[in-house]
Design a protein around this ligand. Structure first.
Ligand code: FUB
Length: 465
C-alpha cells in the first residue's frame, strides 16, 4: 500500500510524496471548544495573525465560512522540524470578504478519539451542511496506525462546537477530503492518496454508501492532491493542485456526472514561486465566484507556514475557467477611512517601488512600501469613498532625507487628491493634509513619488475632519 510521507526532491529539499514504506514520524488530531473572536482585515493574505492553509470556503446562510488548515512551526519534541506541523483547526467567517472573524479552535488532535494526540498532521479539511447539521471532514494519522485516515466531526452551527465521531470513515485512506452534495441530494466524498478517489456517502454523511472509485482521468505523472469538486450549470468541475514541472499549480477537469469521466480542461493558476504547495476551493458568494488558495506570504523562507488568499475567478461562455493571476490586493472594496495598506498594491511602476516586512522578527506586523525615485508610482484598486467627500488624508511615512508623495484618483495623472511633504528624519510619523479633489464612490488610488529620497509608507487613511 502507498503511504503519504515526506520525501525529498532532487535538490534535497523536503517535499512530500508517496512512499511504499511508512515514515517514522507520527501524526495526529481534538475537539475545539472556545470561541475567540479576532478581526482580521481584507487584502491578501486574508488571515493576518496566524498561519492558515488549504482553504475550503463555504457559504452557509448569508455568510462565507473558511475552513483552513492551521500551520504552526514545529520545535524539537513537537512535530517534525522542517515539515508541516498542524495540531488543530480554526473556523473563520465573513460577510464582506474583507473582515474575517476567527471563531476559534474547533477540532484538535488531543480530543479526537481515534487520532494520534501528538501527530501534528491535521491536514486539509472540508465542511458541508446537510439538514441543519455541519459535517467537518479532516485527515489525520490514526493512533498506532500508518498513513492517514479521514474522520468527521459534527456540529449544529458552522462555528461549532464540533463533536468528533469515535472512528474514522471505514474504507478510506488518504488526505485532503472534499465533500459534495449533488442537486438530487446524493453526497460524495473525494480524497487523495497518490490518485484521486471518490465514493457515494450514506445520508448520515459519515459512512460510504459505495466502494471507492479510482478517478483515473487525471495526470499520472507528478504529485496531485487536494481534489475539490463543485458544480455549475450542470457541469462538475474537479479542481486540484498538480506538480507539472517544479511546484504545484492548480488545474481543473470537467465532467457531466460527479464521479466522471473527467476531461482535463486547463490551468486555473500557474505555479507561484517560493511555495511548493498550493491548495484551492472555488465558491460563489453574492453573485461572484472566488478562488481561495494559499501562499507563504508571512514565511518566505519556509514554505510549510502558509497563508490563505482569495481572488476572483471568472468563467467563459463555454463554461471553461479563465486563469486566475494571484494578487496582493485580493477582493472587495476598501473603505477610505480604514488604514489602507498600500503594500497590497494592484500595480506598481517598473522601477522605484519595493515592499519589505516592517519587522523581520515578527512578519505578522505586515509590510511597508518604499518609493525610491521621483515618478515611481503605485496603484491600489477599489477604495470606497462613499458619499462622505473625506476632507483629510493621513499617511504614516518616513524618509531619512525628506521626500513628497502625491495621491491621485483613477490614474497617475488623474485628479490630485492630496500632496504630502515628508520631512527628513528617522522616525515614522502620521502626517495629515487637506484633500484637494474630494472623491465620492469607488476609485482606484494612485500614489506617486515626487522626491528622489527614499520614503517608506506604512498606510494611508482618509478622514472627515
Ligand atoms: O497542508 C498539508 C498538505 O499540503 C495538504 O494536505 C496538501 O493539499 C498540501 O497543501
Amino acid at each position: 500500500m502507498l503511504i503519504l510521507a515526506p520525501t525529498s526532491d532532487e535538490s534535497g529539499a523536503l517535499i512530500y510524496g508517496y512512499m511504499s514504506q511508512p515514515n517514522r514520524f507520527s501524526w495526529g488530531l481534538l475537539v475545539g471548544l472556545s470561541a475567540l473572536s479576532i478581526q482580521a482585515s481584507g487584502q491578501n493574505p486574508i488571515i493576518r495573525d496566524q498561519f492558515s492553509a488549504d482553504p475550503t470556503a463555504r457559504v452557509f446562510g448569508n455568510k462565507i465560512y473558511l475552513f483552513p488548515s492551521h500551520d504552526i512551526l514545529a520545535t524539537q519534541g513537537k512535530g517534525r522540524v522542517g515539515w508541516f506541523c498542524m495540531e488543530d483547526y480554526h473556523v473563520f467567517s465573513s460577510t464582506n470578504l474583507m473582515d474575517w472573524d476567527d471563531h476559534g479552535l474547533v477540532v484538535s488532535q488531543t480530543t479526537v478519539p481515534w487520532t494520534d494526540p501528538a501527530g501534528y498532521s491535521m491536514w486539509a479539511p472540508d465542511c458541508i451542511e446537510r439538514k441543519g447539521k455541519y459535517y467537518f471532514y479532516f485527515p489525520a494519522a490514526p493512533k498506532g496506525g500508518r498513513g492517514f485516515s479521514i474522520g468527521v466531526a459534527i456540529a449544529n452551527k458552522p462555528e461549532g462546537p464540533y463533536i468528533p465521531e469515535p472512528q474514522p470513515i471505514k474504507n478510506v485512506r488518504g488526505i485532503d477530503p472534499n465533500v459534495f452534495i449533488d442537486r438530487d441530494g446524493q453526497g460524495y466524498l473525494y480524497w487523495a492518496g497518490g490518485n484521486f478517489y471518490g465514493a457515494k456517502l450514506k445520508d448520515n454523511m459519515v459512512e460510504l454508501a459505495s466502494d471507492p472509485v479510482l478517478l483515473k482521468d487525471f495526470p499520472s505523472k507528478g504529485l496531485k492532491e487536494g481534489p475539490f469538486l463543485f458544480e455549475r450549470n450542470g457541469t462538475y468541475y474537479m479542481t486540484y493542485p498538480h506538480v507539472d514541472k517544479v511546484t504545484e499549480r492548480l488545474e481543473y477537469a470537467m465532467a457531466k456526472s460527479p464521479l466522471g469521466p473527467f476531461t482535463y480542461a486547463g490551468v486555473l493558476m500557474d505555479e507561484i514561486p517560493g511555495c511548493w504547495t498550493n491548495h484551492q476551493s472555488v465558491v460563489q458568494y453574492k453573485n461572484q465566484w472566488y478562488l481561495f488558495y494559499h501562499h507563504n506570504d508571512y514565511s518566505p523562507d519556509f514554505d510549510k507556514a502558509r497563508s490563505v488568499r482569495v481572488d476572483t475567478i471568472n468563467f467563459n461562455p463555454d463554461g471553461t475557467i479563465q486563469k486566475v493571476v494571484p494578487t496582493l490586493r485580493g477582493v472587495g472594496t476598501m473603505p477610505a477611512d480604514r488604514q489602507i495598506k498600500i503594500d497590497r498594491y494592484s500595480k506598481i511602476s517598473q522601477k522605484g517601488v519595493s515592499i519589505a516586512f516592517l519587522d523581520g522578527t515578527n512578519t505578522f506586523k505586515g509590510w511597508k512600501t518604499t518609493f525610491t525615485g521621483a515618478g515611481s508610482w503605485l496603484e491600489y484598486d477599489r477604495v470606497d469613498f462613499g458619499l462622505r467627500r473625506f476632507g483629510k488624508l493621513s499617511v504614516k511615512a518616513r524618509s531619512a532625507q525628506g521626500s513628497a508623495l502625491q495621491f491621485h484618483a483613477d490614474s497617475a495623472d488623474g485628479p490630485m487628491i492630496a500632496e504630502v511633504s515628508i520631512p527628513g528624519g528617522d522616525s515614522g510619523s502620521e502626517l495629515t493634509v487637506p484633500v484637494q479633489a474630494k472623491q465620492r464612490g469607488v476609485h482606484n488610488l494612485f500614489v506617486v513619488a515626487k522626491g528622489d529620497g527614499p520614503v517608506d509608507v506604512e498606510w494611508v487613511r482618509f478622514q472627515s475632519h
